[in-house]
Design a protein around this ligand. Structure first.
Ligand code: EPZ
Length: 429
């Protein structure tokens, strides 16, 4: 079990290159099995979730080749099975995209229920099931496996999502792009990675319009051909480095981003007193003084992203005054507050609301990541803390951040990854 050891108090200076978007890549990779040809996807972040998906596809008999770091070649022409029930699926949430991809290609699917970050609330997939049923699939869940049967074929339908769901929007899109006739998804999610998936599928021959709005129209096609596609940069990774500067201080140029995707994050950091300067595909963020308190509510895009909520929570612990965070997307997402309290934070959590009273400083401590973004919040707190912070359970963090330690070290942070030998439990004699 490895951990990060961080000696805090060092402001960050220099440039950081943002990798491809995790939540786009983990949808585009399974979507590649819809394509009857060779797919080349560039700007893929080499993170644990991507590595697991590559393994899942290889287990299915799909040819997956890392052409170079960040570029995958996927050839699923030989794929002849629609069942993915290995326990690899349990290691991540996005494995459920195989349901939409298998349905689109084979009109059948058997996929183990997904795993993924458990940040305290339920993570249902009822809207995915509703969409697949509307397209003509018979859905069933038995023994932790989702069974989908559309052997009579997939027919386009009008689907109104009861909840704005990124996963359901993407999963339904994958199946619908190969259905007969037109599908309309209303109340669709509008995140940048939704648009990225639609652009990927269209570049392979699909006919999807309106992605990025709450009404997506999909005209089914009979075949998707191969091609080359490059994913968008990760706005949450970019926001995480911006939050690190907000907490630890300094001035950093965040490179290879689409500023528009960060508008809400940038606006909130400016409200807190950070200096932001947009330059083409980069943003320079500089901390010039104490942080001001703010109120924020997480909402579906273009609102403030829930995936930046823990990172912002860590920063607000150091702001002057009392801030309020309302989690508007998940049932609850404040498990990180227990760990920040060990570092001196003053956070009161009541359901979906956290009240954060600013403190002078964090003090280093031994803390444990409970999920991906909570782990990022602890790293941010450690960078700002007085003394040494050790972050355990870093596997969560490495699911979603490429080369986090290297990128932070190049910004002047004193952070290193330390291997901790597993404790050998003496055999009872
Ligand atoms: C995606 O999860 C992201 N994960 C999450 O990021 C992100 O927090 C979330 O979208 C919201 O932006 C991936 O893309 C792999 P949802 P997803 O379906 O698709 C409810 C990270 O840190 N809901 O948009 O699972 C659900 O309970 C991860 O990178 C239903 O009720 O999220 C939640 O309250 C964590 N029924 C809300 O909708 C459903 O069928 C949004 O969920 C589906 C969702």
């Amino acid at each position: 079990m490895d951990k990060y050891v961080i000696h805090g108090g060092k402001p960050l200076f220099g440039e950081v290159n943002i990798s491809g978007a995790k939540n786009a890549a983990v949808a585009i990779i399974p979507a590649a099995i819809l394509v009857d040809g060779v797919v080349r996807v560039e700007n893929i972040p080499m993170i644990q979730d991507v590595i697991i998906e590559m393994e899942i596809l290889r287990e299915l008999g799909v040819k997956v080749r890392a052409v170079n770091p960040g570029t995958l070649e996927i050839d699923s022409r030989g794929l002849n099975r629609f069942s993915a029930v290995s326990d690899l699926n349990l290691k991540m949430r996005a494995s459920y995209y195989l349901i939409g991809a298998f349905l689109g290609r084979f009109h059948r699917a058997e996929v183990a229920m997904p795993g993924g970050c458990n940040f305290g609330g339920v993570r249902p997939i009822d809207q995915h099931m509703k969409g697949f049923e509307a397209l003509g699939a018979k859905m069933d869940t038995r023994g932790g496996v989702v069974y989908a049967d559309a052997t009579e074929g997939l027919k386009g339908a009008n689907i109104y999502l009861d909840v704005v769901s990124v996963g359901a929007t993407m999963n339904i899109m994958m199946a619908a792009c190969m259905a007969e006739g037109q599908t309309v998804i209303e109340n669709a999610a509008k995140e940048p990675h939704i648009v990225d998936l639609a652009n990927f599928l269209n570049s392979m021959g699909a006919d999807i319009m309106g992605a990025g709005t709450d009404v997506i129209k999909i005209r089914g096609v009979s075949k998707l051909t191969g091609g080359v596609y490059s994913t968008i940069p990760d706005q949450i990774e970019a926001g995480t480095y911006m939050a690190a500067v907000a907490a630890a201080g300094g001035s950093v140029l965040i490179k290879n981003i689409i500023p528009k995707h960060l508008d809400c994050i940038t606006a909130k950091l400016e409200e807190m007193g950070l200096e932001m300067e947009e330059v083409d595909d980069s943003i320079r963020i500089t901390k010039t003084g104490k942080l001001r308190r703010i109120q924020v509510k997480t909402l579906p895009y273009p609102g403030f992203p829930t995936d930046m909520q823990p990172q912002l929570g860590a920063v607000l612990c150091l702001a002057e005054g009392t801030s309020i965070i309302t989690e508007g997307v998940w049932e609850s997402r404040f498990r990180y507050s227990d760990e920040l309290r060990r570092m001196g934070a003053k956070i009161q959590v009541d359901g979906k609301v956290a009240v954060i009273e600013g403190v002078e400083k964090f003090t280093g401590a031994l803390v444990r990541a409970s999920d991906l973004r909570a782990g990022a919040a602890l790293v941010i707190a450690g960078l700002a803390a007085e003394g040494t912070t050790e972050v355990e359970e870093i596997a969560y963090i490495e699911r979603g951040y490429e080369d986090l330690v290297g990128k932070l070290q190049r910004l002047g942070a004193d952070i290193r990854r330390v291997s901790v030998p597993a404790v050998a439990i003496p055999k009872a004699n």
